[in-house]
Design a protein around this ligand. Structure first.
Ligand SMILES: CC(C)(COP(=O)(O)OP(=O)(O)OC[C@H]1O[C@@H](n2cnc3c(N)ncnc32)[C@H](O)[C@@H]1OP(=O)(O)O)[C@@H](O)C(=O)NCCC(=O)NCCS
Length: 203
């Protein structure tokens, strides 16, 4: 079956700069400190309470751990490799075909703009296609969310639709993308076969 449930336990994934590990209650204080940031939440779905309550991170973490227990999602806490194992963000995979919403992520603002979420998203996407055997991912973002839009573009996803959606900041157009396993694997094969300097003008 293409999207079998329950999903397996969330594995630890490593990237050059990050370790993605299963979330735990000890992550709550860091999340409660970093997540209630308007620039971070404004383009997330309207179900997130705003103003963010004092127990928002704890409630969300309990719900997340319950989803993991039921095998409905794989969720990772993002940490810096060779760091203190502290949470700097989250990323999640879920087979939500009905809402065309299969991967979500956020990163603490102090870590933006270094390519870290592209790295995390690549690791989680490889896991979805190569370990879970999913044939495709539906992804989405608010049109104004240029950083998130760019991550989909960089991964080789195809924009398949735009329609209104309720976000924390109000109604905006939502872009929906399709990333197929074939396109992903072809892109990876091309990337790994390209050698440094290949294609450059020797001058
Ligand atoms: C979206 C988010 C995870 C991106 O994290 P990040 O680690 O900064 O992302 P990356 O550095 O890997 O990639 C961001 C890309 O956007 C580009 N970018 C950043 N600001 C930009 C701007 N104002 N205009 C155009 N592109 C921009 C970056 O240059 C980069 O692309 P590049 O590698 O081609 O240069 C982070 O901004 C975040 O947590 N946002 C709030 C939560 C959120 O929106 N989640 C996604 C919901 S769909």
């Amino acid at each position: 079956m293409a999207f079998q449930c329950p999903l397996p336990p969330t594995p630890v994934l490593e990237t050059p700069r990050l370790v993605l590990r299963p979330p735990r209650m000890q992550d709550v204080p860091a999340i409660q400190r970093d997540f209630p940031d308007w620039e971070l939440v404004k383009h997330l779905h309207a179900g997130i309470p705003w103003p963010y309550p004092a127990d928002g991170a704890e409630t969300n973490m309990r719900e997340c751990l319950a989803r993991l227990e039921r095998g409905e999602a794989c969720c990772w806490t993002i940490t810096v490799k060779h760091g203190d194992n502290a949470c700097i963000g989250r990323i999640e995979l879920k087979p939500d075909l009905a809402n065309q919403d299969m991967r979500g992520f956020w990163l603490a603002r102090s870590h933006w703009g270094q390519g870290l979420m592209t790295e995390a998203a690549d690791a989680v996407t490889s896991f979805a296609f190569q370990e879970l055997g999913w044939p495709f991912l539906y992804l989405n973002n608010a049109v104004d969310n240029v950083r998130s839009h760019r991550i989909k573009e960089k991964q080789g996803a195809t924009l398949i639709g735009v329609k209104p959606h309720a976000y924390v900041c109000g109604e905006l157009m939502r872009e929906t993308w399709l990333l197929t396993r074939e396109d992903w694997l072809a892109r990876r094969k091309y990337a790994s076969s390209a050698r440094p300097g290949e294609g450059r003008d020797p001058g």
